[in-house]
Design a protein around this ligand. Structure first.
Ligand SMILES: Nc1ncnc2c1ncn2[C@@H]1O[C@H](COP(=O)(O)OP(=O)(O)OP(=O)(O)O)[C@@H](O)[C@H]1O
Length: 264
């Protein structure tokens, strides 16, 4: 599904600030994989998602989705295939627009750009049905401005918008980290529901080691721009957080060093 082959990304090449953020990293995702990504600060997790989304071109290596080489495809041309949700609940939606105006933009993504009439009754029905599944009562607030919603409601709406047109790949960049624990759990539950219902292939960065082992079917650990562990199947099912930390230390020769790590 996603095939990342030996990608290299160096920032500030030839300067005192030179940094190899991705060091010939390889990763393969299979259809319906939900992979959680953990690692120390500066391990290259966000840079990996940026490379896949096309925020920059990698220095070398190859990125393919469903066997199509996208390595040199600009970000806007990857946007039909790849959806991304960021940490900041304010970043994924347009505050001054209504819920239905936000949804229609996502719904018509990648479709012909000719002038369209206003939102139709059929589209509203689809939005109501999808919003109802979130269980947040937003189906009755289609014409409310998004600025009136809470952070959790906005992040749930962003998630819905990111998956309204089924993406080939969903990238979640610590998308619950800025929410209070209860809301974070709710948004994670919604994430699981939508990825299962839509059979999505997903990469999710998290600093919460419990979430890393609980959600999805695979966990990868990154260190210094590489994937150093890929845990799945029975090994993952039986894994405790303490095992995970031990494995990290053995594979990397370092302590997992993160200012935001949540152990449980
Ligand atoms: N645009 C950039 N310019 C220069 N250096 C960068 C840039 N983006 C990332 N880096 C550097 O690349 C390395 C990897 O950063 P990245 O943000 O991918 O790490 P991360 O694993 O997501 O870390 P964190 O858990 O702290 O968010 C870091 O040393 C970072 O300072």
């Amino acid at each position: 599904m996603l095939n990342v082959r030996e990608i290299l990304k160096t920032f500030n090449l030839g300067t005192i600030n030179q940094k190899i953020a991705l060091n010939k990293l390889s990763l393969e995702l299979f259809p319906n994989d939900f992979v959680t990504v953990i690692g120390s600060n500066g391990a290259g997790k966000s840079t990996l998602l940026n490379a896949i989304a096309g925020n920059f071109f990698v220095d070398s290596g190859k990125i393919a989705i469903e066997n199509a080489d996208i390595t040199r495809l600009p970000a806007h041309k990857r946007a039909d295939m790849i959806s991304r949700v960021f940490q900041d609940p304010l970043s994924g939606t347009a505050a001054s627009m209504t819920i239905e105006e936000n949804l229609i933009m996502a719904y018509r993504r990648g479709k012909t750009r000719r002038l369209r009439p206003a939102i139709g009754a059929k589209e509203r029905d689809i939005f109501r049905a999808k919003l109802e599944k979130l269980g947040l009562g937003l189906e009755n607030r289609l014409t409310h401005r998004v600025s009136l919603l809470s952070g959790g409601q906005r992040q749930a709406l962003t998630l819905l918008m990111a998956t309204l047109q089924k993406p080939k790949l969903l990238l979640l960049d610590e998308h619950t980290a800025a929410l209070d624990p209860k809301t974070a759990e709710k948004v994670l539950e919604l994430t699981c529901n939508v990825t299962e219902q839509e059979h999505l292939t997903t990469l999710m960065i998290t600093h919460n080691l419990d979430h890393a082992l609980t959600f999805g079917n695979r966990t990868i650990m990154m260190h210094e721009g590489r994937v150093i562990l890929d845990i799945k199947g029975t090994e993952r099912n039986n894994m405790t957080i303490s095992n995970l930390l031990q494995m990290f230390e053995k594979a990397s020769g370092a302590h997992m060093n993160t200012d935001r790590m949540i152990l449980a």
